[in-house]
Design a protein around this ligand. Structure first.
Ligand SMILES: NC(=O)C1=CN([C@@H]2O[C@H](COP(=O)(O)OP(=O)(O)OC[C@H]3O[C@@H](n4cnc5c(N)ncnc54)[C@H](O)[C@@H]3O)[C@@H](O)[C@H]2O)C=CC1
Ligand SMILES: O=C(O)C(=O)[C@H](O)COP(=O)(O)O
Length: 354
């Protein structure tokens, strides 16, 4: 019998993993932040989300053979350790790209409405042109919103898209970050948006961060607001989560608790991709099809005009409601941060039909 430990906030684990190659599996659900090595003594398969630190300390005394993370980000996983130990690993690239793209579009539309900005004449700077950044670009292509892309690692690999440098990104009306968290190295992203970057951004511009908190220097972001710069922030991720700099939160136009990718479909795809990866690793067929699991997508009704865009998006994704949920409990953060994520209301993707 397979023994599985899975994060309590991962849908469909029972449906996809309770029988493996005809043999039953035992599934134990745990809160991601409190999984310890003693929980894993007899565990073969560990399925986590971004809040579980997966490293030697967690795994050394276990018999885990396969780790799956239902995320694109892998900064919570010691991949070198897993490789040295011969532990198979999979994440879920792209599972939540559409959800984040819809978060970003709705954010920009909200900002435009609040500030009286004409979306026909803005340029958005997208940092990171992987799954999410490319999906954001695709949405902008469909709507006729102008953008530029920055991604030095992809440029170095020969991606032929027309990339610009960070100085050109800095001049954009909106900057949105879609990079992984990398503390060190040639393409480090730790404090990629630092005080110098923020200083160089235009007055009346918007910074969105839905990547990892520490990609933006949160202290510098606060300082620049204290100094009176007219710049808007829409932040989904925070340096030091689940702790949040409450003064910075007060300075945001929209604040959310790391839910940009939390569409229902994104979460389902995340678990499903781990099911596929596990089966591939074991040489098994994936008998269940993703279409059997996905809800029916609502169809966005759009007039074709960028004017009043937010009002046409709001019935499909009410980002103000997400912001309110976070502000209402701000005095109980960090305790309530995970609670907000765990009890996140169902959100369906709606732009897939573009
Ligand atoms: N808030 C949320 O709910 C979510 C957050 N994320 C975060 O967003 C990040 C991006 O997600 P994906 O696009 O799916 O990942 P991805 O791995 O497909 O793309 C990341 C891109 O960033 C580029 N990149 C790396 N270093 C860079 C640098 N220094 N400057 C510019 N570009 C750089 C890479 O070359 C790659 O193309 C994830 O690593 C994760 O941290 C992702 C999904 C949901
Ligand atoms: O995919 C990623 O990377 C993300 O940031 C996820 O959306 C985070 O979701 P959780 O794994 O923390 O539920």
């Amino acid at each position: 019998m397979w023994n599985i430990v899975a994060d309590e906030n991962m849908p469909l684990v029972e449906e996809l993993f309770s029988s493996i190659n005809g043999k039953p599996a035992q599934i134990q659900r745990l809160a991601g932040r409190s999984i310890t090595s003693s929980d894993l003594k007899n565990t073969d398969i560990l399925l986590v989300r971004s809040i579980s630190q997966v490293n030697e300390e967690l795994l050394a005394d276990s018999k885990v053979q396969f780790v799956g993370s239902a995320t694109i980000g892998t900064d919570h996983v010691d991949l070198d350790y897993l490789e040295k130990q011969g532990i198979a690993f999979s994440n879920a690239p792209g599972c939540n790209a559409q959800g984040v793209a819809e978060y970003v579009l709705t954010s920009i539309a909200y900002w435009a409405e609040q500030r009286g900005v004409d979306l026909n004449i803005i340029t958005v700077g997208i940092i990171g042109a992987g799954n999410v950044g490319s999906r954001v670009a695709k949405v902008f292509d469909s709507l006729g919103i102008d953008y530029v892309l920055n991604d030095p690692p992809l440029a170095a690999k020969g991606d032929t898209r027309n990339f610009v440098n960070l100085q050109q990104i800095q001049q954009c009306d909106v900057v949105t970050c879609h990079v992984p968290f990398e503390k060190e190295g040639q393409f480090a992203t730790y404090h990629l948006v630092d005080d110098a970057f923020l200083e160089g951004m235009s007055e009346q511009s918007l910074l969105i961060n839905s990547s990892r908190g520490a990609v933006v220097d949160n202290t510098a972001a606060l300082e620049i607001k204290r100094a009176g710069k007219a710049i808007d922030y829409i932040l989904d991720v925070w340096e030091g989560e689940p702790d949040v700099n409450l003064e910075l939160l007060e300075q945001t136009l929209i604040a959310t608790p790391h839910i940009a990718g939390y569409s229902q479909e994104g979460k389902i795809r995340g678990t499903y991709q781990l099911y596929q990866a596990f089966n591939q690793w074991k040489g098994l067929e994936s008998d269940i099809l993703i279409n059997e699991l996905l809800p029916e997508a609502p169809k966005w009704q759009w007039s074709g005009s960028l004017e009043a865009l937010y009002q046409s998006l709001k019935p499909y994704y009410d980002i103000e409601a997400d912001d309110q949920r976070m502000r209402q409990v701000k005095d109980e953060i960090p305790q309530k941060f995970d609670f907000l994520r765990k009890t996140y209301p169902q959100r369906l993707e709606f732009l897939d039909t573009l």
